[in-house]
Design a binder for this molecule. Structure first.
Ligand SMILES: [Zn+2]
Length: 496
């Protein structure tokens, strides 16, 4: 067909032609969608609305134009329900997608007293796929969501009480995602699935074989001539006229590779709570992944609370969490204490400590204060802290930050450490931890400016006080005097 507007085809001219087809209910959607897809393909990469389009791009457009005259063949029945004795009405919404577009079409299924069932197409909708290169399973899910929207519109518009509403898709991925209860999905899919699940019941979703899915037609495209005779498009699949038990059954819901990609990876968590000794006798605690001692205690409490819940024991407190961490830190040394020999203790640097395992299994030492009853147990029999363990950095930083509040430097932190722990050559370790403490890093002082001449009197001069004066003022300050309030200013005079 020639361009009746004159001149070559441009984006602007194409957009002047196909939107003129007035089809608010989407009876001609397969034909209209073809034009929309053609326009979207033609327009991609052409910025100028009046630029002449290359002939290679216009092949599908010319085919579409040639089919325009076939529109006369299309006859649309006005009445969509059984004329008399309506017994039951159902709404069936079909959805589908292709790489170019996604679409949905709704049918009203009526049954009269004699049991005769008939379906008529009510309305359809379609959209061109967004240019984000979504996978076909994702587009099918978007089609399913469009189906829900169409279902709502039709329900409001059709003045027939509906007994049931069913949604049909040929995508096993979509059905798998909708039925999935356990696995987490990628955000895009998860959001759409939530929207669909919030508005429909999972039993309303059915599977239709692709060849019997009328929503496949608008995503593929069809000319008006083909559409006029298309039984599937106007009346839906033939099985709708059968009782529900004869409808097609979905095969096993096995998503394809692209569908599986939307499942989030399961993070594996190993929890040892079968044997309580086991957890404490293996180096399981991820000290390197905890930024602070407080966080490590929180994680330890979480581990213990799983074990406690499984055994119906009371929730563990902070002290239990700390105890688990201390056992983990002392692990290698506690194991050596099971068969202590003089040589082994000397090798581990424990021989001076008088080490023993307390009733909780923690490694303690006997210092010179062991008989001073007024002191706490931890001070009399300090806990052993190995120098090389990753956990001791967290602990020392915690003592410095939380107990000493960054005050006092190495000595203060050491004093706090000795109240509870024994560690060989601790000063070096504490010094290194404190060096990394950012709040304790002193800002470098700015270099002071040179003194003015009058500030440095010559030896023979005897300047009087306040010969040279520096002046500063501040305020106002609100000062209460009786019931009234006054504003005061401060003037500061400094002898230089
Ligand atoms: Zn600090």
């Amino acid at each position: 067909m020639e361009n009746k507007m004159g001149g070559p085809w441009t984006k602007r001219k194409i957009l002047k032609v196909f939107p003129r087809l007035f089809d608010p209910l989407g009876f001609l959607l397969p034909y209209v969608m073809t034009a929309r897809n053609v326009f979207s393909a033609v327009a991609r990469g052409v910025a100028n609305w009046d630029e002449k389009l290359a002939p290679a791009k216009l092949v599908r457009w010319h085919q579409w134009l040639q089919q325009l005259e076939e529109l006369q063949q299309v006859r649309i029945p006005c009445c969509i329900k059984a004329q008399v004795d309506l017994e039951r009405a159902e709404l069936h919404v079909f959805t589908d997608a292709s790489s170019e577009s996604y679409a949905t079409v709704a049918y009203l299924l009526t049954q009269d007293r004699s049991g005769t069932r008939a379906a008529r197409m009510v309305m359809s909708r379609g959209k061109v796929a967004p240019p984000n290169n979504h996978s076909i399973p994702r587009l099918e899910l978007m089609g399913a969501r469009l189906g829900i929207q169409l279902g709502e519109v039709v329900q409001r518009a059709v003045k027939v009480p509906l007994s049931d509403i069913f949604y049909w898709t040929d995508s096993l991925n979509v059905l798998f995602w909708l039925r999935n209860e356990n696995r987490r999905l990628q955000t895009f899919v998860d959001n759409k699935v939530r929207q669909i699940r919030s508005k429909t019941n999972i039993d309303q979703w059915k599977w239709v074989p692709t060849k019997q899915n009328p929503a496949d037609l608008p995503t593929r495209g069809a000319g008006p001539g083909e559409l006029a005779r298309h039984e599937l498009w106007w009346h839906g699949p033939s099985y709708l006229r059968l009782p529900p038990q004869d409808w097609p059954q979905a095969p096993r819901l096995q998503p394809c590779e692209k569908g599986l990609r939307e499942l989030r990876k399961v993070e594996q968590v190993f929890v040892h709570f079968g044997n309580p000794v086991l957890a404490e006798e293996e180096a399981i605690f991820p000290f390197n992944r905890c930024g602070t001692w407080r966080k490590a205690v929180r994680v330890a409490r979480l581990l213990l609370s799983w074990r406690a819940r499984a055994r119906r024991q009371p929730e563990p407190g902070e002290r239990e969490g700390e105890k688990l961490l201390q056992k983990q830190i002392q692990l290698r040394y506690r194991q050596a204490m099971k068969q202590p020999t003089e040589g082994r203790l000397r090798q581990l640097g424990l021989h001076k400590l008088g080490p023993f395992l307390d009733e909780a299994g923690l490694l303690r030492g006997r210092g010179r204060l062991v008989h001073v009853a007024a002191l706490s147990r931890d001070t009399r029999e300090p806990l052993f802290l190995p120098r090389e363990h990753a956990g001791r950095r967290l602990l020392i930083a915690h003592l410095h930050r939380e107990d000493a509040r960054h005050v006092g430097g190495v000595n203060q932190t050491l004093a706090r450490l000795h109240e509870q722990f024994w560690m060989a050559k601790p000063r070096q370790v504490v010094f290194r931890v404190l060096q990394e403490c950012i709040p304790c890093r002193r800002p470098t002082r700015p270099r002071e400016g040179p003194l003015p001449d009058f500030r440095v009197p010559l030896p023979q001069e005897e300047p009087l006080a306040f010969t040279h004066t520096g002046m500063d003022c501040a305020g106002p300050f609100r000062v209460r005097r009786g019931r009234s309030e006054e504003l005061h200013y401060l003037l500061l005079l400094t002898c230089c």
